[in-house]
Design a protein. Structure first.
Length: 399
């Protein structure tokens, strides 16, 4: 146990370390911003996103930076010369360096950004899982890197409905690149997965909900890459078992009651998340040593509530390992919650394609740094240094 003076020195040391890491991170991404003014503005923008101001829009971020007008912020997002995709690659590399592990789970999901009017790029009335109903909104598809120590964003894409891609005058007004064609959400997910695999990012699984699990092209792509996946599907999903094609819920209904196993999908806000599980394995016809699994998850309190999954795994994989990968899907909701609540992911006031990607990428950078700092704080507490050094760091930085 550290004495009080020793504990204070330990806390100050940790704060100075994080101050140095923030500066080092911003110096690392400086080459993405050609002009000195843009580099300074980007650093101020990220600090503003990390700050506790109520709304992280142009006016309030400008006030946080000491400006009288939002012109500087607007210039950074809309007119200055820098590439958001190059910054995205820097964020990805930073996340891998800090959290990288071969057993990480890549979680695919989308979130809605409620908007008024019809001028913001990609906006239309469409279903938003965030709102739980059809709303006037934009939809962003995200790829989250989930590990046992932390989880944050690796990549992002804006979904453009056909009402946009079929109207090139509208797209031109929002500065959508001419080469951008209509792409479904699973197709956007595949683009992000292709980039992640090409970059050599270490990971063990891909997970996602039924929007992605129902797309056979995405599943075929992952199988060709021999990437383990576990993807949710609808109850009427067609599967082939013993050369017979049938619905997955009908197949699961044939198993004996004693074949279900009670396993935890991980720790949640209320403790362990217990469910009953069953998995039926079938050899993969094109990949010797691999299997397709048909999985059901049943609620303990409400046995009639059953979710279904398809998995692609090496033969001999324990069911507990697959359940752990399914449990990692919840991390994406936690990322959306913290990113919207703490780094202004949804609090932008841009209408153009470039503005959206720039703000979202800078928010992902802020979220990645916040995740790394919190991970270090947790590790420090495990070592017995239960101090408020994270809050001291934020005070030092004016956050």
């Amino acid at each position: 146990m550290l004495s009080y003076p020793g504990a204070l020195l330990q806390m100050r040391s940790q704060v100075h370390q994080w101050l140095g890491e923030f500066d080092a991170l911003m110096q690392r991404v400086e080459p993405r911003f050609g002009r000195v003014e843009a580099r300074v503005r980007a650093s101020e923008y990220v600090q503003g996103l990390l700050s506790p101001i109520e709304r992280k829009n142009g006016w309030q971020l400008s006030e946080q930076c000491g400006d009288e007008t939002p012109y500087g912020i607007q210039h950074l997002l809309n007119r200055s010369k820098w590439n958001a995709d190059s910054l995205r690659d820097d964020v990805r590399d930073y996340v891998v360096e800090q959290l990288g592990t071969p057993e990480a789970v890549l979680v695919i999901d989308e979130t809605g950004f409620l908007k008024k009017g019809n001028h913001s790029v990609g906006v239309q009335r469409q279903y938003s899982g965030t709102a739980g109903r059809v709303e006037n909104c934009q939809i962003g598809v995200f790829l989250v890197y989930a590990t046992t120590t932390g989880h944050t964003f690796l990549d992002r894409e804006l979904y453009l409905p056909k009402s946009w891609t079929d109207d090139w005058e509208r797209c031109a007004t929002a500065h959508v690149p001419v080469e951008r064609k209509f792409a479904t959400k699973p197709q956007l997910a595949r683009q992000m997965l292709e980039r992640t695999i090409a970059a050599g990012v270490p990971f063990g699984w891909v997970a996602g909900d039924s929007v992605y699990g129902s797309d056979y092209r995405l599943r075929d792509f992952l199988e060709q890459q021999q990437v383990r996946y576990v993807l949710e599907v609808a109850c009427d999903q067609s599967v082939v078992f013993n050369w017979n094609k049938q619905r997955i819920d009908h197949l699961i209904a044939q198993v004996d009651a004693q074949d279900w196993s009670r396993l935890s999908a991980g720790t949640g806000a209320k403790g362990e998340r217990w469910f009953d599980w069953i998995a039926i394995a079938a050899p993969h016809p094109d990949h010797p040593g691999w299997q397709r699994w048909y999985i059901a998850r049943r609620s303990v309190e409400q046995p009639e509530a059953i979710a279904y999954f398809l998995a692609f795994v090496p033969a001999g994989t324990p069911l507990e390992t697959v359940v752990h990968a399914i449990g990692a899907r919840w991390t994406v909701e936690m990322c959306f919650q913290t990113a919207k609540g703490e780094v202004g992911l949804d609090q932008y006031e841009v209408r153009t394609w470039q503005g959206w990607y720039r703000h979202i990428t800078l928010s992902c950078l802020a979220h990645a740094f916040l995740t790394v700092v919190r991970t270090q704080q947790i590790e420090s507490e495990k070592r017995g240094h239960n101090l408020s050094s994270f809050h001291s760091f934020k005070r030092k930085r004016g956050l």
